[in-house]
Ligand binder design. Structure first.
Ligand code: HEM
Length: 438
């Protein structure tokens, strides 16, 4: 087979994909969402238009990946679960997860990131991450400790209205305690430095930020002090190769736990506030659980399903991709070295031709259905470079949700119009949402 055998989208489709999917993803902020731009996108229902266009596009290539021009570059778009699997199972070689735009931006705030690494460096960094995050352990060995931290965060939130600023701040504090322990609990400056670096990264700057050195100094100090009961304590006792500097690795953990996770928890809370049947099911799950133990909370499979379902409906990684490190093949077709391969999560998760429950809240699909085994859903990615913190993230999300739902009934005060009897919107702009716990 040759390149052409997997088909190529028209120039016009390439222009539309670039304009409706790729560019908005960059403009809204690759590393930290921009308030005004995401608000504007919601007003014009940009995500819905993009998903509708994408549904038609993949219908034309029903069964195959295809070439498409994204910007100036001839790229590949994979959309069937089996092709997504072929790509994600072969990361970082020949499908590396450091395409140019991501590398340029991310190296501004985490130059040593695992996700930007290749070869043996990726292997040693990945081993380190999996060992400390206990990726293969259904319940992290420090989970009982983290449960208390999560409950305190939730109790603080339940006092007033839950807004984006409040839940973001609560999770940033939780994150500092989980990663570094109580000495870092009140170190807001640490989180502000990271926010500044990520805001700057959105504009792909070329030179080192003034915030970077002070940020790294703080991280090293906390990692070295290895406060008991925190991930830093585990870092101190985890063997690692010489090319792994822990402070360089924990940066990803900080923003994923402190910023990405609360966006997902907030949307899950919003949808629970608007769906009486789901809320009742969550409440009844709580009634039968031992909420004092980490094991009991980890067993809240329905609430975990609500969180995962919110992540399917509104993925915080709407579009991601790989770049080929060498000429390779996909479905027998030749893919040249340096080709970008795209996976459009929002489009795949909401494709009405393929997902019968595309636009409705269907937590049961994660409990008794096969959603958990479906490689169409990549909010945590999959395969060798799948999120090594997924288990911990779900635990810390479920613990806060469970505590909030157990405390009172959430009601959306403003910012989201969700109805269980209508297709759910494609955008829930967290910046505008306010939820009361009554
Ligand atoms: C709801 C929260 C989270 C979401 C939605 C999420 C999502 C993702 C996704 C989609 C990827 C793959 C990115 C790519 O290949 O381009 C990823 C990778 C990664 N995630 Fe998460 N993540 C979350 C929380 C966490 C947490 C809490 C941690 C650590 C404590 C973490 C650590 C990582 C790391 C280190 C990678 C890079 C893995 C590699 O390249 O081998 N994530 N995550």
């Amino acid at each position: 087979m040759t390149e052409s055998t997997i088909g190529e989208a028209s120039t016009l489709d390439g222009v539309r994909f670039t304009a409706q999917v790729a560019v908005p993803n960059v403009v809204q902020g690759l590393f930290r969402r921009r308030k005004t731009v995401t608000g504007a996108a919601k007003l014009v229902d940009a995500d819905k238009q993009a998903v509708r266009f994408y549904e038609g596009l993949v219908r034309k290539f029903a069964d195959e990946p295809f070439f498409i021009r994204v910007g100036k570059d001839k790229s590949v778009l994979v959309h069937r679960p089996e092709d997504i699997r072929a790509v994600l199972d072969a990361s970082p070689h020949p499908f590396a997860s450091d395409p140019d735009t991501k590398r340029k931006g991310m190296s501004h705030f985490q130059p040593e990131a695992l996700t930007l690494s290749r070869g043996s460096l990726w292997e040693s960094r990945r081993r380190f991450a999996e060992a400390v995050l206990e990726t293969d352990n259904p319940l992290h060995s420090l989970a009982q400790n983290f449960l208390g931290v999560a409950y305190e965060a939730a109790d603080g939130l339940a006092v007033g209205e839950v807004t984006w600023d409040a839940i973001n701040a609560a999770y940033q504090r939780l994150t500092r305690r989980v990663v570094f322990g109580d000495p870092a609990a009140d170190d807001d400056e640490l989180s502000s430095l990271l926010e500044t670096l990520m805001d700057e990264a959105n504009n792909a700057p070329g030179k080192e930020s003034d915030s970077f050195a002070p940020f790294m100094a703080k991280l090293r100090g906390y990692v070295d002090s290895a406060a008991p009961g925190s991930l830093s304590a585990l870092i101190a006792e985890t063997p690692r190769d010489d090319d792994v500097e822990p402070a360089g690795q924990v940066i990803h953990w900080l923003f994923a736990m402190g910023d990405t996770l609360p966006a997902n928890v907030f949307r899950a809370l919003a949808v629970l506030a608007s769906d009486a049947a789901a809320f009742a099911a969550a409440r009844s799950e709580l009634a039968d659980a031992d909420l004092d133990t980490a094991k009991g909370v980890a067993g809240l499979s329905y609430i975990a399903a609500c969180l995962q379902e919110a992540m399917r409906l509104w993925p915080t990684t709407p579009l991601f991709g790989r770049v080929t490190t060498t000429e390779t093949t996909l479905r027998g077709a030749t893919i040249p070295e340096g080709t970008q391969v795209f996976i459009y999560n929002t489009g795949n998760h909401r494709n009405r031709d393929r997902i019968p429950y595309a636009d409705r809240f269907a937590p049961e699909e994660w409990v008794t259905g096969n959603a958990a085994d479906d490689w169409s859903f990549n909010f945590f990615s999959h395969g060798t470079q799948g999120c090594p913190g997924a288990g911990l993230a779900v635990f810390l999300g479920v613990a806060v949700l469970a505590r909030l739902v157990g405390t009172g009934t959430p009601r959306i005060v403003a910012g989201a119009n969700l109805r269980s009897d209508e297709p759910l919107p494609h955008t829930v702009d967290v910046f505008g949402v306010r939820i009361a716990i009554e």
